[in-house]
Write a protein that binds this ligand. Structure first.
Ligand SMILES: C[S@@+](CC[C@H](N)C(=O)[O-])C[C@H]1O[C@@H](n2cnc3c(N)ncnc32)[C@H](O)[C@@H]1O
Length: 412
């Protein structure tokens, strides 16, 4: 058990790591519905405790946003669950499992589903470490004789040595029989791609960094696996392995019939922010190297990615389709939820050509039109660095009075 996990607070109470960084909440007097400010003055690395750090997912929300919502709206029974209908890398699922809450996610991307499921599934870390030793032996025996791909994409983004090593490593992972441990190793492999590429690590959409010193592939992979094992062991110490959680591959505009059970107590929903970026191009390096795994992990659903909610660039057509998609997906959550259930939408305003688009106000109108009642509006500030490419056009979270980033809570 790591020493940072259970610190002692001022009153000598033990506070679990996932409750240490919850938002600092300030209520606004007299507002209807109840309105608050959520301040989250912590760095990404502080918020990436336990399995949150397994996979760098560009555009995820701070773990404690999901944590706070789950603390405020706990399901009334073990049969009730939370659904994240834009699951991404599974932040909600991780936080739900820590609290013993049943959870489902749904995402259009097989990579997101895989990352989400790896973060919450239990694994045998001893087996993984043994597997790593075997992979190491095979890797060093085979790497020099590998004939890697030489297409223009790989040449643009990876050095020859990195390509050779990634190819050799991928060949080894490809033949591992399906298991949670294989999924874990695959996420470690996919998780190092940006770091060993020629692209900036921190920029959302890949851009070449001419001054980059790439990490050596195998060294990065084995370190990643070992770090993930440590974090996973800490996670498994805190969870009840019987708490159900799963991310399903699919589009949120039509939810599978398994959700027709009336037991969805809380929907946490974090759509791509308008005029920010689309996910598929951001993960182009990962999808390139992940291609041979697609059959296994996205069997029959390869075309799904075309149904990704497009958020960028915010042309009139994209804006129109964006709100139509959101309307449709919240009609779906309304359909499956019972009276009293909650919907929390994490969303931000944006600008287009310097002009403000009040996404939040528009969302409130749409969701009210579906039948949900406004329950509580929370506006957040987050002290993240602003990436050159990442956040130019969107909420900057630093108290710009007009441009809001909010967690809008409604009740069915
Ligand atoms: C802002 S991210 C969510 C990040 C998540 N909150 C996290 O912390 O990792 C939005 C996600 O929506 C997914 N998405 C886009 N269109 C979708 C659709 N039609 N159905 C389900 N998921 C979709 C994207 O693949 C992306 O992973």
């Amino acid at each position: 058990m790591s020493s940072s996990k259970l610190p002692v607070d001022l009153f000598d109470e033990k506070v679990e790591i996932y409750r240490q960084f919850l938002p600092l909440i300030r209520a606004t007097n007299g507002a209807q519905p109840q309105t608050n400010t959520w301040d989250i003055p912590y760095t990404i690395s502080k918020l990436s405790y336990l399995t949150h750090s397994h996979y760098r997912y560009y555009g995820k929300f701070p773990s404690v946003v999901a944590g706070q919502l789950l603390e405020q709206f706990p399901p009334p029974s073990n049969e009730h669950y939370v659904l994240d209908n834009f699951c991404g890398s599974g932040t909600t699922l991780v936080e739900a499992k820590l609290r013993g809450i049943k959870s489902y996610g749904i995402d259009i991307s097989w990579l997101s589903c895989l990352a989400s499921n790896v973060k919450v599934n239990t694994v045998d870390t001893k087996k993984i470490k043994t597997e790593l030793t075997q992979i190491t032996n095979v890797f060093y025996k085979t790497v020099s004789s590998c004939v890697p791909p030489e297409d223009s994409f790989v040449q643009k983004w990876f050095t020859k040595e990195a390509t050779q090593a990634l190819f050799a490593l991928r060949e080894i992972i490809l033949v591992i029989p399906s298991s949670n441990e294989k999924d874990f190793l695959l996420i470690a492999f996919i998780g190092i791609l940006r770091r060993v590429s020629k692209a900036f690590d921190g920029e959302v959409r890949p851009h070449i960094n001419k001054n980059k010193k790439q990490r050596e592939v195998f060294e990065a992979f084995s370190k990643k696996v070992r770090d993930m094992c440590l974090n996973h062991e800490d996670y498994m110490d805190l969870i009840d392995a019987n708490t159900f959680s799963k991310c399903l591959l699919g589009s949120n505009i039509k939810l599978p019939s398994l959700f027709d059970d009336g037991k969805c107590h809380l929907v946490i929903s974090h759509p791509p922010y308008l005029n920010s970026f689309n996910y598929a191009p951001v993960f182009s390096l990962e999808f390139y190297w992940g291609k041979p795994f697609e059959q296994e992990y996205a069997d029959g659903f390869q075309d799904l990615q075309k149904k990704e909610l497009t958020a960028h660039p915010a042309s009139d057509k994209v804006i129109d389709a964006y709100f139509k998609h959101l309307e449709q997906c919240y009609k779906e959550t309304y359909r499956i939820q019972s009276t009293g259930g909650y919907l929390a939408i994490v969303i931000g305003d944006c600008t287009r050509n310097g002009e403000l688009i009040t996404v939040l106000d528009r969302m409130v109108e749409i969701v009210k039109g579906i039948g949900y009642k406004p329950y509580e509006f929370n506006y957040r500030t987050t002290h993240y660095g602003l990436g050159k490419y990442a956040y130019q056009h969107r909420a900057d979270y630093h108290g710009d009075a007009q441009k809001k980033d909010g967690i809008l809570v409604f009740q069915r």
